[in-house]
Design a protein around this ligand. Structure first.
Ligand code: GLP
Length: 245
């Protein structure tokens, strides 16, 4: 596990974009796992800029999304499926046929999750997975207590996640209570992982995930064991880390 601390949100996005651009240059058909939430927005903006300047060709990338609310199909404006297309994928030259975006509107969830895992395998596995972190340490929607062996599955959201995500829905009661998410094992199998954390409200959980014990109570702590995981934090998210003498 490597830790990079940048001065602010903008430079965090730029740093993450630099790593992703390099990965696409090395492997044009990169299999990229995408996260939602506010934290990666700056990164996506940077990648869109790179596209506009013709710096990077995204035409061969293959994308998978990390998670989705159950019950929200891709037409719904707060679904991650819709948002990822709107804020990022539709603004670069990525090919629709290379999009694997979870659909929260599915009926046979169990089968659907199995098929998603097979699609990841068929693509050769995820080369680079982008992650944010929930205030309770979740990655994707893998809430505290989720098994490290989990694959893509249906999960119940923690109370704290429902509260945190109410900002996107207007009120708490409108936040779906269940979601589909890549499992911790699915995420861990990625060749490289970039976890982004920004702002003072992520400081406590970032310190626990990075310096605390590896425990399923803090799902992101599993990344301490990953050979190629990079935590990119801005200064305010890094302020509870033990200072290096
Ligand atoms: C959601 C998503 C996560 C995301 C987290 C943090 O619950 N399921 O994938 O990492 O929120 O969001 P934000 O970046 O907005 O703080």
């Amino acid at each position: 596990m490597k830790i990079i601390i940048k001065k602010d949100y903008d430079s965090l996005g730029k740093e993450a974009a630099k790593i992703i651009k390099e990965a696409i240059r090395q492997k044009p058909n990169l299999v990229l796992g995408l996260a939602s939430g506010n934290t990666p927005l700056g990164l996506y903006q940077e990648l869109i800029k790179a596209h506009k300047k013709n710096e990077i060709d995204f035409s061969k990338i293959i994308v998978f999304n990390l998670d989705e609310y159950l019950g929200l199909s891709g037409n719904y404006s707060q679904s991650y499926n819709y948002l990822l297309r709107k804020i990022f994928l539709n603004q670069i030259n990525a090919e629709r046929r290379n999009f694997h975006l979870l659909n929260g509107g599915v009926k046979n969830v169990e089968k659907y999750c199995q098929i998603y895992e097979e699609e990841i395998k068929k693509a050769g596995g995820i080369d680079l997975q982008i992650l944010g972190i929930g205030s309770n340490g979740h990655i994707g929607f893998n809430e505290p207590g989720t098994s490290f062996d989990s694959k893509t599955h249906l999960t119940e959201l923690a109370e704290s996640t429902i509260k945190d995500n109410a900002r996107f829905f207007g009120q708490e009661k409108d936040v779906p209570k269940r979601a589909l998410t890549m499992g911790l094992q699915t995420i861990f199998k990625a060749e490289k992982i970039l976890l982004l954390a920004s702002g003072p409200n992520k400081a406590d959980i970032a310190a626990k995930a990075i310096e605390g014990p590896v425990t399923s109570e803090i799902p992101a702590s599993i990344l301490q064991k990953h050979p190629n995981a990079i935590f990119i934090l801005d200064k305010s998210a890094a302020k509870k880390l033990t200072p290096i003498p």
